[in-house]
Design a protein around this ligand. Structure first.
Ligand SMILES: Nc1nc2c(c(=O)[nH]1)N[C@H]1C(S)=C(S)[C@@H](COP(=O)(O)O)O[C@H]1N2
Ligand SMILES: [Mo]
Length: 201
């Protein structure tokens, strides 16, 4: 990225010392024998798709270099993520024509919704590695979504499922007062800032 870090910082954000780890609840244990990735909801076939851990690991990978911005105002700059592009999963299990939103599910029922357009953005990734190492357990091992263009609560750690939605629905934090869209460049932090059309009622 050629831009200076100052220009990469959205309004109201700062770069802390170190790289904070933050999440709700405890770090889940990974069992490769029982782990499955589910694609469900409004699939084109009407069927649910399941990938085992070996199947998921074999999918083609790409690398994304990106910053991420927590709504609590810290930003973590310059992460090199490697993993599976959302486009690969959309090809594997295409959504029905009416799908405009997705819900991404983590362990313990954590979830985040986003527009399909943000989900398929070219910097969105299902990451397996951070800075050339396996993601650590507290950062989402074995699999984490990263959506650098939205506030980081949408970057679901310990991802287990992708749900196609024909109607938008709020995820975990979106139900608890956070903005449905969450664009850090527009400071879309809280749900009271939402305008008509930004989210479900
Ligand atoms: N499953 C899950 N994913 C999550 C969270 C969570 O509580 N559970 N917290 C989110 C929030 S609010 C932030 S800021 C980032 C933090 O990522 P980090 O711990 O790698 O810095 O993870 C996001 N992903
Ligand atoms: Mo956050």
């Amino acid at each position: 990225m050629s831009e200076e870090p100052e220009n990469r910082l959205p309004p109201g954000q700062y770069v802390p010392r170190g790289r904070p780890v933050i999440h709700y609840g405890r770090v889940p244990r990974f069992n490769p024998d029982t782990w499955i990735f589910q694609i469900f909801g409004a699939t084109a076939s009407g069927k649910e798709h399941r990938l085992s851990w070996p199947e998921f690991e074999r999918l083609p990978k790409r690398t994304v270099f990106a910053d991420f911005h927590c709504v609590t105002r810290f930003s973590i700059m310059g992460n090199e993520w490697c993993g599976v592009s959302p486009a690969t999963l959309l090809e594997l299990a295409p959504p029905a024509p009416g799908v405009r939103h997705v819900m991404v599910w983590g362990e313990y029922g954590y979830s985040a919704n986003m527009r399909l357009s943000d989900f398929v953005a070219d910097d969105t990734l299902f990451a397996l590695e951070l800075d050339e190492n396996r993601i650590t357990p507290e950062r989402g091992f074995p699999l984490r979504l990263v959506v650098p263009r939205l506030y980081a609560w949408k970057s679901v750690k310990w991802v287990r499922a992708l749900e196609y939605l024909t109607e938008d629905r709020r995820g975990f934090w979106e139900e608890r007062g956070y903005h449905n869209l969450a664009d850090p460049w527009r400071e879309q932090r809280y749900s009271y800032q939402e305008e008509p059309g930004d989210g479900p009622l």
